[in-house]
Ligand binder design. Structure first.
Ligand code: MN
Length: 255
């Protein structure tokens, strides 16, 4: 690996870690209007720290019902405390006693093609959901930064154009998976992955590579209680509670 390549890899890794840290700082240091009404922060909130095994279920940075009426309380509770918890537990079990115990999630994603399916499914599940929770916010009406909006306009014409193409990716994913907006060397890109795969996985370089700025879970467990078969309505609801400030931070600090 030459020096330039090494620097790129190091920057990508650092950015991945920073993004997880940044994501919480933006919630933990709310602006003035939030300080006046901080009740949406769950009392057990703690920084979402990048870790190696044993991985832990991060606390939600808001109460289960904080995203009502857009995402419902029961879905948030089950999705976080049952589904995500299972990915964490199964990931730890799959890594236990292997040479990969000391690797971060990002390091695991980068060599996922060489690892067992249990690591791929549960490691992807842990990464994807950890990111997903921080992408949601009770503060409706957040906006992309000027630089991110410029990149969105260049790639999709407008924010509405992005939403239209993102919805197509989310609706076009047959069965379970995720829709993503990624930053790539050629600008922003929308794509989707199956199961718990994500753009950081070496298996996704051709289909859905790059640095994930935002991801939407389109497994039925993420919307069926409230929306039943209406995945399109769930995708629409997502935009109301997307934390564009965090997406902008990921865009500015990403690779
Ligand atoms: Mn899920």
């Amino acid at each position: 690996m030459n020096r330039r390549k090494w620097l790129q890899e190091a920057a990508r890794y650092t950015a991945g870690l920073a993004a997880l840290g940044f994501s919480f700082r933006s919630l933990a240091q709310p602006n003035d209007s939030d300080t006046a009404n901080p009740t949406w922060l769950a009392p057990n909130s703690e920084p979402l720290k990048p870790k190696t095994m044993p991985f832990e279920l991060p606390a939600l940075p808001y109460a289960h019902d904080a995203l009502e009426p857009h995402f419902d309380s029961m879905t948030m509770e089950i999705h976080h405390s049952k589904h995500h918890a299972a990915y964490v537990n199964n990931l730890n079990a799959a890594l236990n006693g292997t040479p990969h115990e000391g690797k971060s999630l990002e390091e695991l994603m980068a060599i996922i093609s060489t690892l067992p399916a249990a690591v791929r499914n549960n490691g992807g599940g842990h990464y994807n959901h950890s990111l997903f929770w921080t992408l949601l916010t009770p503060q409706t009406g957040t906006k992309p930064s000027a630089r991110l909006e410029d990149a969105i306009k260049e790639a999709f014409g407008s924010v509405d154009g992005l939403k239209e193409q993102f919805a197509k990716a989310a609706m076009g994913r047959f069965g379970s998976g995720w829709a993503w907006l990624c930053r790539t060397e050629n600008g922003l890109k929308i794509c989707s992955t199956a199961n718990q795969d994500n753009p950081l996985m070496d298996t996704e370089k051709a289909n859905c590579g790059g640095y994930p700025l935002l991801g939407l879970d389109v497994w039925e467990h993420s919307y069926y209680l409230k929306f039943q078969n209406r995945r399109a309505d769930y995708v629409s609801a997502f935009w109301n509670i997307l934390n564009w400030e965090l997406v902008s931070t990921r865009f500015e600090s990403g690779q």
